[in-house]
Structures are given as structure tokens and as C-alpha cells.
Design a protein around this ligand. Structure first.
Ligand code: GLV
Length: 316
């Protein structure tokens, strides 16, 4: 790669299954790369850290660190560390592939809900020819996205292509073509009252933690669905179960959970109104992450500003 001179000492603490990333970077001429837990390194030689959810207190053991690269779009795994070195830039990974995959997951599940596909799957098991019309024409179905950042905006575009109505809620007002924007806590009730499907794509911050609770569910129309692709910490699972069991909510699609992996005995696995997926709505592609790390280090080296630097006060 061009633009890199001198050796950069990069420490990786990778989730399982990320070998492709370490392969792409280990042996790269510009790096001395160390895989935490495998290679021997001196903490004081590390310039850059790459990871997703390092153990609390770990980063402060690296005194020469210049920047932290998050392999995920969400950086809550870093910011919750009470000893997190807040003077360092944190660069989060969001690319088109991640945006598209998140959008695809939400579109797919919105269509499964709207087209009653779970009911047809159940009927097929019984060999039952049970025709059912759409409850409403697509253009009358409103999907509300909590969190209208880079990923929410691409998701909204895709949903509009399928003729859904799309509305968005965020901290500050957004301008996305075809999407009505609601902003701030005051406008949340108006937003919720319109949602047939509520999709959470928020970053997890002290402000958004536990946002999806009994009060929020009560503000949704009867029969609404909830989809969580943000973080488990956004959703009070006990309140969600109560809202499902009282038949206020039509169902839930959950990709993230308060405890991950979701324990085998958790009731969500077998709840008839819940679809569970194992935090796969959008997974960073290790090859793209490798290119991202190289680009970040090249920028650091040439004095160019990083892209996607997290505002630590906002938490995203
Ligand atoms: C995945 O959860 C991410 O934050 O990218």
C-alpha cells in the first residue's frame, strides 16, 4: 500500500472467526501486528488498537496508543469501560456493505411481517392451504426507524422502494427524501403512534438505554411489531414479553439481546411471537475492515483527519 512509511504497531483483539482480518494485515509491510493472547508484545510499543468489545481496563494498559479502531459501528463496548482513555480518537467502522446488510435484514423482516410469511410457514407444516390477504395495502403500512444515521437512512431508502411509508426519529431533525423526520423526546409519542413496525437502529448511549420499555410499547398502535437491530440494552425484555403476551404487540424480531449469546433457556427462543437471530443483521466484513484499518493508519501517518470519529459526548 502507498502512503505508509515506517512501521506501525497495531494490536488486534479480535472476536472469534476474524482470521481473515488478521491474515490480511499480518505481514503487511507497514505494520508490526500483534494478536492479543497469541503474540508477545510490549504494551508500550502499541500505536493503534483494533477490536470490538475489549475487557474493561484493557486499553489503559497501552500507554503509547494514538487511536482506537472499532470493528463495529456501535462503540458502546468501548465507552462503557469506566477507565476508557477518553483523550484518544475512536474511529468506528461503517461502510456501504454494513449499511446495505442492515437495510436488507430490516427489509426482509418487514416483508415477512407484512406478507404474513410466518403464518404460511406454519400452515405448510400442516399441509394447510390457508389463503390470507394482506391486512392492508403496502402503502398504508408505516415503518418507523428509531435512529436515522448512516444506516437508518439507507434502510429507509430500501423500504421506500417497496412502497412502505417510512418515518424516522432521531435526536436532531434529519432530511432524508421521502421520510418524515421526528426529533427529540417531545416528538416521540407522535412518531410511535404512527408505527406499524418499529425498528430500532440507535446507538446505545446513556440516553437511549432502556428506551424501549412498557411506556414506549404502550405508545405503539395495537398489533404493531417491534424489530431490534440496535443493542439489547435498548429493550426492556420483560416489558416486551408483557406487551406481546397481552396481545398489545403483534410480534417482535430480535437480533440483539440483553445477554449475548442468548442463554438456551431464555423464553425468547421459543416464544411464538418472537423471531430470534444471533446478532447477524450487519456484520463487518473482515476484508473491508482490513482495508479500513490500513486507510486509517495511512491517514494518521499523513496527518489527514480520520473519518467516522466518534463524538464521545454523544456516544456515536
Ligand atoms: C455490530 O453490532 C456493530 O456495531 O457493527
Amino acid at each position: 500500500m502507498t502512503g505508509l512509511s515506517g512501521k506501525h504497531h497495531v494490536l488486534f483483539l479480535l472476536p472469534p472467526g476474524w482470521d481473515a482480518l488478521s491474515k490480511a494485515l499480518f505481514g503487511h509491510a507497514a505494520f508490526n501486528s500483534f494478536l492479543h493472547g497469541k503474540d508477545h508484545y510490549a504494551p508500550q510499543q502499541i500505536d493503534y488498537f483494533v477490536g470490538f468489545r475489549p475487557p474493561h481496563g484493557f486499553l489503559k494498559t497501552l500507554p503509547r496508543l494514538k487511536a482506537i479502531f472499532s470493528l463495529g459501528a456501535g462503540v458502546d463496548g468501548f465507552l462503557r469501560d469506566p477507565e476508557f482513555p477518553r483523550h484518544l480518537p475512536v474511529v468506528r467502522f461503517v461502510d456501504e456493505t454494513l449499511q446495505r446488510e442492515m437495510a436488507q435484514y430490516v427489509t426482509m423482516h418487514s416483508l415477512i411481517i407484512h406478507r404474513h410469511q410466518r403464518g404460511f410457514d406454519a400452515a405448510q407444516k400442516e399441509h394447510a392451504w390457508r389463503q390470507r390477504m394482506l391486512a392492508r395495502p403496502t402503502r398504508e403500512v408505516c415503518i418507523g426507524i428509531l435512529g436515522m444515521g448512516d444506516i437508518g437512512a439507507v434502510t429507509a431508502e430500501r423500504l421506500l422502494m417497496f412502497d412502505f411509508q417510512v418515518i424516522g426519529w432521531s435526536r436532531s431533525r434529519k432530511s432524508v427524501p421521502g421520510v418524515t423526520s421526528y426529533a427529540g423526546k417531545e416528538e416521540l409519542p407522535k412518531f410511535l403512534a404512527r408505527c406499524d413496525i418499529l425498528v430500532c437502529m440507535l446507538p446505545l448511549t446513556p440516553e437511549t438505554e432502556g428506551l424501549m420499555d412498557a411506556k414506549l410499547f404502550a405508545g405503539l398502535p395495537k398489533g404493531a411489531w417491534v424489530m431490534n437491530v440496535g443493542r439489547g440494552g435498548h429493550c426492556n425484555e420483560r416489558d416486551l414479553l408483557a406487551a406481546l403476551d397481552s396481545d398489545h404487540l403483534g410480534g417482535a424480531v430480535l437480533d440483539v439481546f440483553q445477554t449475548e449469546p442468548l442463554p438456551p433457556d431464555n423464553i425468547l427462543w421459543s416464544h411464538p411471537k418472537v423471531t430470534v437471530t444471533p446478532h447477524i443483521a450487519g456484520i463487518t466484513d473482515p476484508r473491508n475492515a482490513a482495508a479500513f484499518v490500513v486507510d486509517c493508519v495511512a491517514r494518521a501517518q499523513s496527518g489527514a483527519p480520520f473519518k467516522n470519529v466518534v463524538d464521545l459526548n454523544k456516544g456515536y
